[in-house]
Design a protein around this ligand. Structure first.
Ligand code: BGC
Length: 622
């Protein structure tokens, strides 16, 4: 697989894998604070409730405000609040027009979300920056009226200046009784096994693939990480029964049942990658597959691949497992940016990718314990406006064309098998350097996003606005995007060899970005076996609002593609982007590929890559 994007003209990008697990204290501090404020009214009966949640990391945060109109119907609104701390700022907002003056913030409704009937709600959000501390605002006004959670009649209050139940002290920033963080809202016992829950990762443990674990354990130092949950890739029809005596789908599910039985009443989540569309990996060569559209590939995909997978997953033996499926990495994104490649054009004109994904969604969504996540490439493929809007439209068209419509989709995954940073801690897309936006740097290249978490949240919001269910959750594959110290060369021309711990002081935008970014790739369009990459955040459920999990989908140690041509019977080709001597093409700005040398075929064990990923892990392995 691969992926690459480029704005305005052609862009596409890459991917990588995932998984989930435990909170990683320290590094990405996840403060998810829920604050509820309410208010009383003015002339007509007015009243409102605002729930504010935020999740932060060093220097940045994402916040959501859910506004509920408790008064008479309104046709537009203005939300106001003050940041309690100096240095807090809105860098990029959505679903409202955001303005800030000093510490005061105002969000004005847009044409499509201004009308709020009595008791109706709408959610808006923004990405922000902070310096010394990041307390949540506690007092909110809607159309000038302080939100208290109560309604006042016209004669009741004049200016709503006092709101009895609302704390106005910045220091009491959280109200203990009002935690509304999506991830912390469930306090009761787990739902009955097999129930389709909102987030299959929440409160669950992750399946440890015994085959991956054995390979990791065979590596010096590998036992430090081998108990991590990684996805199982069903990358060909034969993988359903097991390739060369290896575990097939049933064997993995049986092992998952055993692991589930050993973890008490905690549910277990097992992840599969559905990856065998005809004309697979149509814009690259390394992960071309066994099926071709021209050779009846779509029909074979349905009957020889999806049908048996769904039939096995439907076995009642497995009904208590939470089965998470990642659907066809890179496929729909290739229809957005890569129609200049003949195999992608064919996938588009025949409808094979769309119909194949719809068929998979129909079969998998029909099983209540199966969860569907459509692959959405990564920010450096789809983050430009010219790609982002068409992506949202295509996803909506695909999902609404399934039997269950948009509800056949539980969420989307970004960064599958790619190495884009989850969060760039030293700058955001709103950062300017000596008056110049980082968007103008060569590295960012006018993208609207600089990392995967902001991209995932921005995409989620756009998808919900388009008509997807508000409960959809995003996954980020963090298996190889840790970017600790760069112990391998080449590793990003001109940048530091260690992970930058603070923003550069350079006033030149290119130097600033290159010396501040933790992603040490030579170019954000590089994707194959990247030099300098490290394991990223360990699988984590509900790491931020709107995110179901950080997951490990691409199993660390499995190659992205061979560095030289290797004959094989899997359909896999030789892609020069996996050759470290390749000087690139328009998709990576004619840069070196940054690939590690001596790599085996895509999917095969690559010890040097695994060792590098451990050495450069961030958070570091202990
Ligand atoms: C390969 C698959 C492999 C997967 C996970 C892909 O790039 O094409 O064969 O299963 O990576 O390693």
């Amino acid at each position: 697989m691969r992926s690459v994007p480029l704005h305005g003209r052609i862009r596409q990008a890459l991917r990588s894998p995932v998984r989930r697990a435990v909170a990683t204290a320290g590094v990405v501090a996840l403060a998810s604070a829920g604050v509820v404020a309410m208010a009383s009214s003015a002339s007509a009966a007015a009243g409102c409730r605002v729930t504010y949640t935020s999740s932060q990391w060093p220097g940045g945060f994402t916040a959501y405000a859910t506004i509920t109109n408790l008064g008479d119907a309104i046709s537009s609104w203005n939300l106001g609040f003050d940041f309690p701390a100096a240095g807090q700022s809105v860098t990029q907002g959505w679903s409202a027009t955001w303005t800030q003056s000093g510490q005061h913030v105002n969000a004005a409704s847009l044409s499509w979300n201004g009308a709020l009937a009595t008791n109706a709600s709408t959610q808006i959000g923004f990405n922000g920056a902070w310096t010394s501390s990041n307390p949540s605002p506690t007092v909110f006004t809607l159309n000038g009226v302080t939100c208290t959670g109560a309604t006042s009649s016209p004669s009741a209050s004049s200016s709503a200046s006092s709101s009895p139940s609302t704390s106005t002290s910045p220091s009491s920033s959280t109200s203990p009784s009002s935690s509304t963080s999506p991830s912390s809202s469930t306090t009761s016992s787990p739902p009955p096994p097999g129930t389709h829950v909102d987030n299959p990762y929440a409160g669950a443990t992750g399946y440890v693939n015994p085959e991956w674990k054995a390979k990791a354990n065979a590596e010096t130092g590998g036992s430090r990480i081998s108990n991590t949950s990684t996805a199982v890739w069903l990358d060909r029809i034969a993988a359903i029964n097991g390739v060369n005596g290896g575990m097939g789908l049933r064997a993995h599910l049986d092992a998952a049942v055993t692991q589930d039985a050993a973890n008490g009443s905690t549910p277990l989540t097992i992840q599969f990658v559905i990856y065998d569309l005809p004309n697979r990996d149509c814009s690259a060569l390394a992960s071309n597959g066994e099926l071709l559209i021209a050779n009846n590939g779509l029909a074979r995909y349905k009957t020889e691949y999806i049908d048996p997978i769904a039939a096995i997953m439907a076995d009642s033996k497995y009904r208590n497992l939470r089965i998470s499926t990642v659907i066809e990495p890179d496929s729909l994104p290739n229809l957005i940016t890569n129609l200049s490649f003949a195999k992608c054009a064919e996938a588009n004109s025949t409808g094979a990718y769309v119909q194949g994904v719809q068929y998979a969604l129909n079969k998998l969504h029909a099983l209540s314990n199966v969860y569907t996540y459509i692959d959405a490439a990564h920010h450096a493929w789809l983050g430009w406006d010219s790609n982002f809007g068409p992506t949202v439209n295509l996803f909506y068209t695909v999902a609404s064309g399934t039997t269950a419509g948009v509800s056949s989709v539980d969420g989307f995954i970004v960064n599958t098998a790619n190495t884009s940073a989850t969060v760039e801690p030293n700058f955001t897309v709103g950062t300017t350097v000596n008056g110049t936006s980082v968007r103008q740097s060569k590295w960012v290249d006018w993208n609207q996003y600089v990392d995967e978490q902001s991209f995932a949240i921005g995409l989620r919001n756009a998808l919900v606005s388009k008509g997807f269910q508000s409960g959809i959750g995003m996954l980020i594959d963090t298996s190889r995007n840790g970017w600790g110290n760069c112990v391998q060369t080449p590793c990003a021309a001109g940048g530091p060899a260690t992970r930058p711990t603070s923003a550069s002081t350079s006033t030149d935008v290119n130097t600033f970005v290159n010396n501040s970014r933790i992603d040490r790739r030579i170019h954000a369009g590089n994707w194959c076996n990247q030099s300098g990459a490290g394991m990223g955040y360990r699988p984590t459920a509900s790491p931020a609002a709107g995110l179901d999990a950080y997951v490990w989908i691409k199993p660390p140690g499995e190659s992205d593609g061979s560095s030289t041509e290797i004959p094989n019977d899997e359909g896999k080709g030789f892609d020069r982007m996996c050759d470290p001597t390749y000087t690139g093409n328009s998709l990576n700005g004619n840069n070196l590929s940054g690939a590690l040398p001596n790599a085996p075929l895509a999917g095969q064990w690559f010890s040097a890559q695994f060792q590098q990923l451990m050495a450069n892990a961030y958070p570091p392995l202990s």
